[in-house]
Ligand binder design. Structure first.
Ligand code: MN
Length: 491
């Protein structure tokens, strides 16, 4: 997936390698290798992800300030503000070798490691990417550590870094992080499930070949350009699925999956039609993540079908771009937006992020507030970060999904900004309530509005979703267009 094929290192990158090499001189890893092996491996991972030069340089230098005589000032002088900023960000975090070191000096007290990590990282998402590359290499070389440390780091990776990779839609990374970790956390189960997957795949091989041939012929007949490949389910995701389905392997329908990659969105739907005309789609197993992307921006059509020989196969249909994004996620958007990105970071903006990653904006705002010593309600942030959802109802019975902890104004702005802008009160389950009342699962929410109401700055404290925040901020912005005369028509 390396986009930058065989590009030679720039002068700056070569210089960074030399600086890191001499700084780490005489240090060794637990594997016995010279320490420089680690920063160079991180460099390579970041290059494979297509990251920009500053990020790569910061990756090379990421352990110098913490572990060597080199100072942040030295780095700033040699490589500029941006690199220094990134190295500082990574340094402020604990390293994998030490586990989650205390970052309380920097953060308000919270026991939630994920939250602490996210806030600390929130300032520049590239810090997070370096951290993930660092963690990936440390996991790949985890066997050199004593068993208790292996377990601790592996567990932490499963709990924090793999979900993080998932939130950023970095699919390949998520799979590698979770399978590497799971092997250390529960070696017996890992081997057991790995064998199970292999046996199942082996026995499905013949029928899968037949299905591939049938689908290939049918798609060709419709003149759809495509690539067809098998996708192997990760051990850890099977483990999680089995836990969900009472260990019943027959309930796991996506153990065998075929991936169809086509040129454009229209072809995705055409391909689905072709597949459905060949095999019977299973009731309730068509998922259109193209029309309705997942929270992390993942897009694809999933459909489970039953073949003539009664085999159950899942098809995943998507465009090349969607595929690229599903595998590399945030890193992929960085690659495509590199130029714009650098400019926007300088201006402190990250508007180019896909809408589904807008929680990152929220994180950055929170990090900035904390740094200025302002108070932040971490509970709200946490809830929003994990995107735990509740479902509430309009009086007409429409279902609205919101993050846990959402308030009436979040609900109102979700319905329509016209409604949000004119809220005067709220009825929850038929009773008058107030705008500070957290909505609960299953509440029936009725928003009371008045034409004369105008949006209030104080409402900013009474919303938790970035969607509502954006709408409200927009409404609060002084208009440059003179007010239109009041309409009289409808009187
Ligand atoms: Mn490191």
């Amino acid at each position: 997936m390396n986009k930058k094929t065989a590009k030679t290192d720039s002068e700056r990158v070569r210089h960074a390698v030399e600086v890191a090499r001499s700084a780490h001189e005489g240090q060794f890893r637990k594997t016995g290798e010279p320490y420089i092996v680690h920063p160079l491996a991180v460099k390579k991972i970041l290059e494979e992800w297509g990251m920009d030069e500053d990020t790569i340089i910061a990756g090379i230098l990421h352990d110098t300030v913490e572990d060597t005589d080199l100072t942040l000032e030295d780095i700033r002088k040699e490589f500029g503000d941006s690199v220094a900023f990134l190295v500082d960000g990574v340094t402020k975090l604990s390293t994998a070798r030490d586990g989650m070191r205390d970052i309380d000096t920097y953060l308000p007290a919270t026991k939630d490691n994920f939250l602490r990590l996210m806030i600390a990282l929130g300032d520049d998402i590239r810090v997070l990417i370096i951290k993930l590359a660092d963690r990936l290499h440390n996991l790949r070389t985890l066997s050199a550590l004593p068993p208790d440390k292996q377990k601790k780091i592996a567990k932490e990776t499963l709990e924090i870094f793999a979900p993080l990779a998932d939130r950023l839609n970095m699919g390949l990374l998520r799979v590698e992080l979770s399978d590497l970790s799971f092997k250390y956390v529960d070696p017996r189960r890992f081997e057991e499930l790995k064998k199970l997957i292999e046996t199942r795949n082996k026995s499905a091989e013949k029928s899968l070949k037949k299905i591939e041939a049938e689908v290939t012929a049918a798609l060709k007949k419709e003149k759809i350009k495509f690539e067809l490949s098998g996708r192997v389910k990760s051990v850890y995701s099977l483990h999680k699925k089995l836990a969900k389905y009472d260990q019943n392997i027959n309930a796991v329908y996506d153990l065998t999956a075929l991936r169809v990659i086509v040129d454009d969105v229209t072809d995705c739907y055409l391909a689905m039609g072709v597949i459905h005309s060949l095999y019977t789609p299973m009731n309730g197993r068509i998922k259109d993540y193209i029309a309705m992307p997942k929270q992390n921006g993942y897009q694809s059509i999933h459909t489970t079908v039953i073949t003539k020989d009664k085999h159950v196969v899942e098809f995943q249909i998507r465009t090349k771009e969607m595929h690229e994004y599903a595998e590399r996620g945030l890193a992929a958007s960085f690659y495509y937006n590199e130029q714009k990105l650098t400019e926007n970071y300088k201006k402190g903006k990250i508007e180019h992020l896909p809408t589904n990653l807008l929680w990152i904006t929220e994180l950055q705002m929170t990090a900035a507030k904390l740094r200025e010593g302002k108070k932040v309600d971490l509970k709200k942030l946490k809830i929003n970060l994990f995107a735990d959802k509740i479902f509430v109802y309009t009086p007409k019975g429409d279902i609205i999904d919101l993050p846990k902890g959402a308030l009436p104004l979040d609900f109102a702005y979700r319905l329509h900004s016209e409604i949000g802008d004119h809220v005067v009160g709220v009825k929850i389950n038929g009773k008058m309530s107030n705008l500070n009342k957290k909505l609960e699962q299953g509440d029936i929410v009725e928003i009371l509005t008045s034409k004369n109401q105008t949006p209030k700055t104080s409402w900013l404290d009474r919303i938790i979703t970035s969607h509502a925040r954006t709408k409200l901020l927009h409404a609060l912005r002084p208009s440059t267009i003179p007010d239109r005369p009041a309409k009289k028509k409808h009187k």
